[in-house]
Design a protein around this ligand. Structure first.
Ligand code: 9MR
Length: 350
């Protein structure tokens, strides 16, 4: 107890130390998380990091710094980027980020393989037969996972397969194969890289709902059939003031199936403009999200969906909303950052 208290005090002092020019804060979020047995990750891209403006250099320091130990390519491993024409693969953007990760001791999450969105037009435009489309999906999964073999800790194998009412999304994959494509994709991914943890990933997985009940039942049946599924990715695109009260219960229900869970795309958007009031609420909401993960033993980590509000996907998708991340547009840590850190630091020692 006393030793822990000493460690806590030391870390609090280090946390207060001024950020350096090269590395952002000396003791970043991931160190605190690692003491709690978790990681903190971030979505980024090589073209975000390799930006030689003053702002770009500051971004780079944060992405490379000690807040995040694992990166998710925000867009560069999606089908439209990696297989723009049938059988013609282009991993150059992904490779650029993987190279930076390797040079800087970061691990990588893979995102994503079987999805309805960000597909190149040829997948849907050619009226492929079911047999042809099965070969196309198989080739895509085997080639992409094989290309990054041994370098990816977790793959989002299937993404957003459910509707809110718990029915399967009527994607090209579901329309052609029914739910079988889910099982196949996991098996092909395992075949191509036996060391990667394989995840099903979705939004609105943060509460008990028809959608998460359907996902629970799917994961249960996949496990019963021996399908290699290791985790449930809970995207956690949340709204300030609306973090579900049963967030932890939803994570715990997935974990009770004997799989890991992770927050894979955390951001908490607010109604613009930014005010001290909505920033304070956002800080509370970030703490609630971190606490939900810490409350579930098998919640292995938290990835935020970009470093800074300046690069968030939110404002273009939800006009009037934004500022959902830990660093503001000028790359200054927000109250949410301190709340995230405090959630990781406190509790355990008091
Ligand atoms: O952040 C991504 C944004 O840059 C893209 O334009 C968008 C296109 O669909 O995808 C965003 O990331 C999504 C992720 O891949 C899956 N979950 C929802 C994310 C936010 O839309």
């Amino acid at each position: 107890m006393l030793r822990n208290l000493g460690v806590a005090l030391l870390l609090s002092q280090l946390a207060l130390a001024a950020p350096t020019e090269e590395r952002g804060s000396i003791v970043g979020l991931d160190l605190f998380a690692s003491i709690r047995g978790r990681y903190v990750g971030v979505a980024t891209e090589s073209y975000n990091i390799n930006n030689s403006t003053t702002w770009g250099k500051a971004y780079k320091n944060l992405a490379l710094g000690s807040d995040f130990s694992i990166w998710t390519p925000e867009n560069s491993l999606k089908w439209e980027v990696t297989e723009p024409q049938p059988g013609v693969f282009d991993f150059s953007l992904g490779d650029a980020l993987f190279k930076l990760a390797k040079q800087n001791g970061k691990r990588m999450r893979g995102h994503t393989l079987a999805w309805h969105s960000q597909l190149p037009p040829w997948v849907t435009a050619n009226n492929y037969t079911a047999a042809e489309l099965k070969n196309i999906l198989q080739r895509h999964v085997l080639t992409e996972v094989g290309h990054f073999k041994g370098q990816v800790t977790h793959w989002d194998v299937v993404n957003e397969v459910f509707e809110e009412d718990g029915t399967f999304r009527n994607s090209i994959w579901y329309k052609t194969f029914g739910p079988d494509y889910i099982e196949w994709s996991f098996r092909w991914a395992r075949q191509a890289d036996p060391s990667a943890k394989l995840y099903i990933n979705d939004y609105n997985f943060e509460s008990i709902s028809p959608k998460t009940t359907a996902a629970y039942n799917l994961v249960k049946s996949l496990k019963a059939k021996g399908v290699p599924i290791d985790g449930v990715g809970v995207q956690a695109h949340l709204i300030v003031g609306q973090v579900p009260k049963d967030f932890e219960a939803a994570l715990a229900r997935f974990a009770s199936l004997g799989v890991d869970v992770a927050l894979t795309e955390l951001d908490i958007r607010l109604d613009l403009p930014v005010t001290s009031k909505n920033l304070a609420q956002q800080a509370k909401d970030y703490k609630a999200a971190v606490d939900a993960c810490l409350g579930v033993k098998r919640c292995v980590g938290i990835t935020v969906w970009q470093v800074t509000d300046a690069l968030s996907w939110v404002p273009s998708t939800f006009p009037g909303q934004g500022a959902p991340l830990l660093y503001d547009e000028k790359l200054k840590p927000k109250p949410a950052y301190d709340a995230f850190q405090n959630a990781l630091l406190l509790d355990q020692w008091i």
